[in-house]
Design a protein around this ligand. Structure first.
Ligand SMILES: Nc1nc2c(ncn2[C@@H]2O[C@H](COP(=O)(O)OP(=O)(O)O)[C@@H](O)[C@H]2O)c(=O)[nH]1
Ligand SMILES: [Mg+2]
Length: 295
């Protein structure tokens, strides 16, 4: 798991920590390392402030390894404390995952991965192709559904996406299926029509399933770095997203993007995508992730 992370933080942190006394130069170099790792200014400040406190009370007698361990523990705690751990409670049945995010971030691919993930765990799955804006989106999801062997509800090009989502979720309930995953369109995040359309989808499906069983999941592309944030805030605010599917982690050597997602957006990262194939998908775990950053 997380074999794709190539940050190599261990040697970089060791180098900085062993070459400096605890002074401004140390903080400047640490800050630089965190920022070029995609952590973003705000989260970097929080990490450094916490680390300063820990380091001041420990460095005099702590070994380099101990200091690295303190830092790792702090990073894991920050991820656990800020993102919230609730995630998707799949004991609740049926559960609806409504996948949102701008075009090209990997929504449809991630839906296929999740369908495969839940099916492999023994859950029944139903897909809903509510991206009726692009004809190719229907075909793409249908192809995945056939491969994974899960049922799908599709709609005509330009059909009302809310009605496709409604049909799919209704059918999920009727057929006593465990997990319903809804694909949605992702035109520009600046288009208020898109947000209104997504809000409508959520409202309409809440007529057949309790609202707390609906989980809007934001797909974010890890390679977009800080650029992913504006879109993320907009989606999160409008839809009350419950978590993030972080795609394309194989496409970046950094990985630090997880910190501002969790700390600034206050959204847990639930899954990561690490390639284009069905099983290039892992459940996110803070400790494993931080260990991988330092591997
Ligand atoms: N390397 C890599 N490519 C991915 C990943 N997830 C999706 N993709 C690719 O990203 C492109 C856009 O994906 P798609 O699912 O169509 O995005 P959508 O427009 O958000 O539905 C496709 O070429 C996918 O194969 C991932 O985790 N890693
Ligand atoms: Mg798509």
């Amino acid at each position: 798991m997380f074999k794709v992370i190539r940050s190599n933080w261990l040697n970089q942190f060791k180098g900085i920590l062993s070459n400096n006394a605890i002074d401004q130069k140390l903080w400047d170099e640490l800050e630089e390392l965190l920022i070029i790792s995609d952590i973003g200014l705000h989260s970097t400040q929080i990490i450094l402030d916490n680390f300063k406190t820990v380091l001041k009370s420990n460095k005099s007698n702590a070994s380099l390894e101990d200091v690295i361990d303190l830092l790792k523990t702090e990073l894991i705690d920050l991820l656990d404390d800020n993102g919230g751990k609730e995630g998707v409670n799949s004991n609740r049945k049926p559960v609806v995952l409504m996948m949102v995010g701008v075009n090209g971030v990997g929504k449809t691919t991630s839906i296929a991965k999740l369908a495969n993930f839940y099916k492999t765990k023994g859950n029944s799955v139903m897909l809903g192709a509510a991206d009726t804006f692009r004809a190719a989106a229907q075909e793409q999801l249908t192809t995945w559904a056939e491969r994974i062997e899960v049922p799908i509800v599709t709609g005509q090009m330009n059909a009302d996406p809310a009605s496709v989502a409604y049909d799919s979720v209704s059918s999920t309930v009727k057929r006593k299926i465990d997990v319903s995953i809804i694909d949605t369109a992702g035109r520009m995040h600046t288009s208020s029509n898109l947000m209104n359309e997504l809000i409508k989808i959520k409202r309409v499906i809440s007529k057949v399933i309790p609202e707390d069983s609906i989980f809007p999941i934001l797909t974010l592309d890890a390679t977009l770095g800080q650029n992913a944030f504006l879109q993320a805030k907009e989606f999160s605010k409008s839809l009350g997203c419950k978590g993030v599917f972080l795609s394309k982690l194989d496409g970046t050597a950094k990985g630090g993007i997880v910190f501002p997602i969790v700390m600034d957006l206050q959204l847990p990262i639930l899954w990561i995508g690490t390639g284009e194939k069905l099983d290039d998908c892992d459940v996110f775990e803070s400790k494993k992730f931080v260990d991988a950053m330092f591997a």
